[in-house]
Design a protein around this ligand. Structure first.
Ligand code: NAD
Length: 271
């Protein structure tokens, strides 16, 4: 038996949205190395999704790529039925897909506002609803997990830190927090666990301009007491834990993975 088959998620089936880039790709690798079969959802750049599937399979894992725009109801429903048809069910959902459409508040267009809400918040609603329906239908399978299903919602430190110039993004992530907690409260009796991860600054394409020059990186590091930028693998390790029975008594929680960004670093010397 390979190492993958003995991992904490052995036999479980996971779906990661926006998994062909950045944090989503690292999370998909992490879940696969922990033994889960993983759906790599993508909306653009299919070749990157296929490349990741091949990489996971080469390491002894199992994966498949499925297209869906997470903000489109029929796309999401087709993706879930494709997964359930192929693998029988779903055990783990990671709502990772997210975008920014930044603008000064007075110049922000309705389309910039709506697009961010649709992907970052409505996308989590549509995917979580499909997963929850299947978790509730199937119930607990004790050989696989103590829970009937696990959902991890990718939020951001901006669920609590206001962010000028990014009002749509911060509002969407504040929404993700209350969405996650309310669904966790409603579904706990079905043994469905729902948790959030709030990453700080993680080195991915979404925030390239914040780390790609030495000047930008130095300015970013002033906000991070732990004095390093996060890597996608930092988020992947925590996601595996939240998806596994190691965290069985955890639901409705947000795990901040931010090198201390939410510790008000300006108060180290002031106050
Ligand atoms: P990224 O841009 O590398 O990845 C985002 C992914 O979402 C991409 O694969 C993209 O194609 C996908 N996506 C966008 N719209 C989609 C749609 N409609 N349907 C399906 N997929 C869609 O950025 P990332 O940093 O890896 O971001 C992943 C998540 O982490 C996002 O929710 C983001 O808000 C959150 N986050 C990132 C950071 C950071 O510092 N990188 C910090 C806090 C939170």
């Amino acid at each position: 038996m390979s190492e993958v088959n003995k991992g904490p998620l052995a036999g479980q089936r996971a779906l990661v949205t926006g998994a062909n880039s950045g944090i989503g790709a690292a999370v998909a690798r992490g879940l696969a190395m922990a033994g889960a079969k993983v759906v790599i959802n993508y909306v653009v750049n299919e070749p990157d999704a296929i490349k990741l599937v091949n990489e996971i399979e080469k390491s002894g894992g199992q994966a498949m790529a499925l297209y869906a725009d997470v903000s489109n109801e029929s796309d999401v429903q087709s993706m879930f039925s494709g997964m359930i048809e192929a693998w029988g069910s779903i055990d783990i959902l990671v709502n990772n897909a997210g975008i920014q459409r930044d603008a000064p508040f007075v110049d922000m267009t309705l389309s910039q506002w709506n697009k961010v809400m649709e992907v970052n918040l409505t996308g989590q609603f549509l995917c979580t609803r499909e997963a929850a329906r299947e978790f509730a239908r199937r119930g607990v399978v004790p050989e696989l997990s103590c829970a009937a299903g696990k959902v991890v919602c990718m939020s951001s430190v901006h669920e609590v830190i206001p962010w000028a110039g990014h009002v749509n993004y911060a509002a969407s992530k504040g929404g993700v927090m209350m969405f996650m907690q309310s669904v966790a409260q409603e579904l706990a009796h079905l043994k469905i666990r729902v948790n959030g991860i709030a990453p700080g600054a993680i080195r991915t394409p979404i925030n390239r301009n914040a780390w790609e020059t030495p000047e930008a990186e130095a300015s970013l590091l002033k906000l991070i007491p732990y004095e390093r930028i996060g890597e996608p693998a930092d988020i992947a390790k925590a996601t595996v834990w939240l998806a596994s029975d190691q965290s069985d008594y955890v639901t409705g929680a947000t795990l901040f993975i931010d090198g201390g960004m939410t510790l008000y670093p300006g108060f180290r010397e002031g106050g």
